[in-house]
Design a protein around this ligand. Structure first.
Ligand code: UDP
Ligand code: GLC
Ligand code: MN
Length: 329
């Protein structure tokens, strides 16, 4: 009998990272969303030593433990208002996955909406523009080639030059510094890394192109797992991370929770019993959505101008869309 030939993509993988159990929940939702859209590629999770890994094995082909690194660059991280992101430097370990020839890294706070295997046709380093500074790429989704040399050079670069944002995105943009100008095929369309911040800063474009989105990125301090979900009513409720108003598109947030409740929570319960090791969102302290219904229109304007936007309530996408439609008509 002739030996079965491995398909050419057998050494290609989607890779994500979780240094703690909350990001591990995100990683599982991401992995499950890739599976639901029938990816043919392997799924790999890089995890920190304290992450509970049993449940991850039911979604990922490989779970690889890595050393958690931290830039400890308090000054630059403070500029981003994200002191927690020093550990994202750990992402650089993805270049050590030498058993694969090409990979796509995806942040644990991304969600796949359709099959994206075509990304493997791209070369290192392909990524989409960052919504905050489009001459930089966003490092939440990128195509790369594992390599011992690149890994060593990146770590050396980090030690000698640091990162301008204190996280991986700063180092990667400084290292792959011709991304903005050299080769347009390395610019992934924005629909492969659509972040909420972009949705709300250019709503008409979202209205025009949003339905083509293939990957949603819940970029920012508040993550889907900071909310809670009423499974009976099928509704997402207030979040626990901070009293800031919601900054995410409610439909994508709902999709994340539906996937979590239907496919991930049962795996966590199976692995860790009903007293789920991952803390249950229902037990987290919550802040109710801002009481904007009781505010006058002048007060609401004042809050909007102060950046206190009620994304799930009065200032929700649907309300803004209705207003835009009424103007357009
Ligand atoms: N990450 C992690 N633990 C942390 C913070 C970040 O594992 O404490 C990983 C995770 O994969 C996450 C990525 O690093 O998606 C980047 O961080 P985050 O998504 O919070 O940054 P943002 O996209 O909001 O700037
Ligand atoms: C960004 C990226 C994220 C990265 C962080 C720190 O906002 O979305 O992937 O880890 O910056 O550099
Ligand atoms: Mn992210």
């Amino acid at each position: 009998m002739a030996p079965t030939k491995k398909p050419f993509w057998a050494d290609q993988a989607f890779v994500t990272l979780a240094t703690n159990d909350n990001y591990a929940k995100g990683a599982m939702v991401l992995g499950q969303s890739l599976r639901n859209h029938s990816t043919t590629r392997k799924l790999v999770a890089l995890i920190g030593p304290h992450v509970a890994e049993d449940a991850l094995h039911s979604v990922f082909d490989e779970v690889v433990m890595v050393d958690v690194m931290d830039s400890c660059d308090a000054a630059n991280l403070a500029l981003m208002k994200r002191p927690d992101l020093g550990v994202t430097i750990t992402k650089l370990h993805c270049w050590t996955l030498l058993q694969y020839s090409k990979c796509v890294f995806m942040d644990a706070d991304t969600l796949v909406l359709s099959n994206i295997d075509e990304l493997f046709e791209r070369e290192e380093l392909s990524a989409a523009p960052d919504p905050g500074w489009p001459d930089c790429f966003n490092s939440g989704v990128f195509v790369f080639r594992p390599s011992k040399e690149t890994h060593e050079e990146l770590l050396k670069f980090c030690t000698e030059k640091g990162s301008f944002d204190g996280g991986d995105q700063g180092v990667l943009n400084s290292y792959f510094n011709t991304w903005a100008t050299a080769d347009i095929s390395k610019h992934l369309p924005f629909i492969y890394n659509l972040s909420s911040i972009a949705i709300y800063s250019y709503l008409p474009a979202f209205k025009q192109y949003g339905h083509d989105a293939k990957v949603v990125h819940f970029l920012g301090k508040v993550k889907p797992w900071n909310y809670s979900y009423d499974a009976q009513r099928g509704e997402v409720k207030g979040h626990s991370a901070s009293p800031d108003p919601c900054q995410m598109h409610p439909n994508y947030l709902l999709q994340w929770w539906q996937l979590y409740a239907a496919s991930v929570l049962p795996l966590l319960q199976k692995a860790y019993g009903d007293g789920e090791r991952h803390e249950d969102a229902r037990e987290q302290p919550r802040f109710p959505p801002p009481p904007s219904l009781r505010l006058s229109s002048a007060e609401r304007k004042q809050r909007w101008e102060a950046g206190q936007i009620d994304y799930l309530g009065d200032d929700s996408f649907t309300n803004i869309e209705q207003k835009l439609n009424s103007f357009l008509k």
